[in-house]
Design a protein around this ligand. Structure first.
Ligand code: DHB
Ligand code: FE
Length: 285
């Protein structure tokens, strides 16, 4: 049977993708940020997954106000990097895993979560920047990736509680897949940031670090934080953090098993308008 080996959490700032693509990772502004991901790139080589289940948000790229799925699972064989206005990023095509994605869709929908099935979709910085941070600039991504898009852009957005429960359902789905795959689940977006209005530029280090502390030690309690608290404390785009609770809900301790081990933790301000947070949690075997 398939199992979950680890979960990874990281912000997805588009300017990070541009810094990588334009060869600026070594300059004074960016070097401290990328230094924090050096251990992560080594960790990826040492703990190579068979599949990444990548929870992220689309930013009105594949979807728009015309169509707003709350939860959308990518079941295609491949997904192209999107053109977000400056041409597509020069990164590898994302290879999907249609068989596992279809199984997860079947299982999670039968566990009463409403998923939208997506068979054709381009993927934006929400998905490709985390892959770049964790994998660098390879010829091909190290394994197939199942994109899982969450609406955190247009209200109403799903609650932290719903996201955590969805993660638990995704774990059950993966564990009932009849092939010995090591699956990593990633929760991306955040941390505190607000891109618009009078509070544009908002960063809240205290909130962000308390969020990471609680994500590690008390995820079920953290899931009860209402969305208005994210917006108030972490800015209008800080709500992206609910996606971290999907990945966290898929870990063993959310199903009564042992707590995960913290393999890496990093926090850095600023990257563009955003506070960058990053965690790697390994399952205890
Ligand atoms: C920025 C951050 C985001 O999460 C995003 O989707 C777009 C821009 C930023 O900090 O510039
Ligand atoms: Fe974003």
């Amino acid at each position: 049977h398939a199992r979950i080996g680890a979960s990874v959490y990281t912000s997805h700032v588009p300017a990070i993708g541009a810094a990588i693509d334009l060869g600026k990772t070594g300059n004074d502004y960016w070097a401290p940020l990328f230094k924090g991901y050096e251990p992560s790139k080594q960790w990826m080589k040492d703990h190579r997954p068979d599949v990444i289940f990548l929870v992220y948000n689309d930013h009105a790229t594949a979807f728009s106000l015309d169509m707003i799925p709350t939860f959308a699972i990518g079941c295609a064989a491949q997904f192209n990097p999107a053109d977000e206005g400056w041409g597509a990023r020069p990164v590898p095509t994302v290879i999907g895993h249609p068989a596992l994605a279809a199984h997860i869709a079947q299982s999670v929908i039968q566990q009463d979560f409403d998923l939208t099935i997506v068979n054709k979709m381009d993927v934006d910085h929400g998905l490709t920047v985390p892959l770049s941070l964790m994998c660098g600039q390879p010829e091909a991504w190290p394994c197939p990736v199942i994109p899982f898009a969450v609406n955190v852009v247009q209200y109403p957005v799903p609650s932290g509680r719903r996201c955590f429960e969805l993660g638990r359902a995704i774990r059950r789905a993966i564990e009932s897949y009849d092939e010995p795959l090591n699956v990593h689940i990633w929760g991306t977006g955040g941390m505190s940031h607000q891109l618009q209005g009078p509070r544009a530029g908002l960063i809240n280090r205290e909130f962000d670090n308390a969020f990471m502390d609680r994500l590690i030690a008390d995820p079920a309690g953290l899931a009860d934080v209402p969305h208005i608290d994210y917006v108030r404390e972490a800015g209008s785009e800080g709500i992206e953090l609910v996606m971290w609770l999907i990945a966290r809900g898929a870990m063993a301790d959310a199903a009564g098993g042992p707590a995960p081990r913290v393999a890496h933790r990093f926090y850095h301000v600023p990257a563009s308008n955003t506070a960058v947070g990053h965690l790697i949690l390994e399952e205890q075997q």
